[in-house]
Design a protein around this ligand. Structure first.
Ligand code: HPA
Ligand SMILES: [Zn+2]
Length: 356
């Protein structure tokens, strides 16, 4: 599979690229984003605009005060603010506006394909119908194809701090809209909520022909990654950076080419790594894993896709054009699209690296 995707670019050619071209290449190269929570793309400006439009009172007096609260110590300290921010989303056009703003940013970063997580339970718990959420998001996704040239798909995430029963109830509500999303995921507070809690829900989702992914090994132990693979049978692992603590797991991930959707700025902002220079993405690539770069919650963590690439490569000088190409190629390999489309995107990628 890997060899088939690696078209014109040889390692020797990649290593001959002038390092001065690297920042431009990172920006210009076509890429796929596979780990973005749409609620995490809600910028403070849009939060305030929607609050005003919907008559919602926010516990922050200004945009600056809200932004100042974005100093996180761990995943939970972020999730508390992230769920509060989502409280301004009430109407279909709110969900459209949020997704449309993200898709414009993605297009500007040369993201040609994005698989977008959404958290319906965050909204249905506040009385917003599932239909309102999915219709608003779907409208933006469709408009992105024609208006921005960005291919976008939706992945429904279950909140793992809630019960199995609530996940099943959410799936029931989603089924009339089954054709609007391609898969399911698992997010929210990881530690104490292992993948095993959702084994039966995921089995049902697989029966329905949905793709399955799960957050694991962000704050949780490598055992959670094993569980996601063994019990949920996930096709990708979201984050997964703690896999390096378990040599057998690394071998398993390398052999199966199960992708890891890594989020560098997220990991530094949530203190998974003390600084970007400590990030283990170079080691993940050296271990032969199908890892790539994603933004996770770009409005909260300081940047969208290209900002993640730029800060990662600036902090880790051992990363070169070879790694940039590998990361983009991995993003296409890991995406839930057909082989022909993947090959077309890799050809576009080759063209950018061959130019100049
Ligand atoms: O990084 C994350 N981890 C878990 N849940 C989330 N929900 C939004 N972002 C995240
Ligand atoms: Zn995430």
């Amino acid at each position: 599979m890997t060899a088939a995707l690696l078209t014109g670019m040889t390692t020797a050619r990649l290593d001959a690229i002038d390092p001065a071209r690297l920042p431009a290449l990172l920006r210009q190269m076509p890429k796929a984003e596979l780990h973005i929570h749409i609620e995490g793309s809600l910028e403070p400006e849009l939060i305030f605009k929607l609050a005003q439009r919907n008559g919602v009172t926010l516990p922050y007096p200004s945009i600056e005060a809200l932004r100042a609260a974005y100093a996180f110590t761990d995943l939970q300290s972020f999730l508390d603010i992230y769920y509060a921010g989502a409280s301004v989303l009430l109407k279909e056009e709110d969900f459209f506006d949020m997704a449309w703003a993200y898709l414009g940013k993605a297009a500007a970063d040369n993201v040609v394909h994005t698989e977008i997580f959404f958290d319906p339970q965050t909204h249905t718990a506040r009385g917003v119908p599932f239909e309102t959420v999915i219709k608003g998001l779907n409208h933006a996704v469709h408009r992105a194809h024609t208006g921005l040239g960005v291919s976008a798909k939706l992945i429904l995430c279950f909140l793992r701090h809630l019960s199995e029963e609530e996940a099943f109830a959410t799936l029931e509500k989603a089924l009339p809209w089954r054709h609007h999303f391609i898969g399911v995921g698992l997010d929210s507070s990881e530690v104490g909520h292992p993948p095993s809690k959702f084994e039966r829900v995921f089995a049902r989702c697989r029966e329905l022909g949905l793709h399955v992914v799960a957050h694991a090994g962000e704050e949780g132990p490598p055992a959670y990654i094993h569980e996601a693979l063994d019990l949920l049978k996930t096709e990708r692992i979201d984050h997964g950076v703690r896999c390096l603590e378990d040599a057998d797991l690394v071998e398993r991930l390398a052999e199966t080419r199960i992708p890891l959707t890594v989020c560098p700025l997220s990991n530094t902002k949530l203190c998974v790594f003390p600084t970007m220079a400590d990030h283990n993405l170079p080691a993940l690539l050296d271990a032969g894993l199908c890892a790539m770069v994603n933004s996770d919650d770009p409005a909260y963590f300081g940047g969208y896709m290209n900002q993640n690439f730029i800060e990662l490569f600036a902090a880790l000088p051992q990363l070169t054009a070879r790694h940039a190409y590998q990361l983009a190629r991995n993003s296409f390999e890991a995406s839930f699209v057909g082989e022909e489309q993947k090959r077309a995107w890799v050809h576009q990628l080759d063209a950018v690296f061959n130019a100049g």
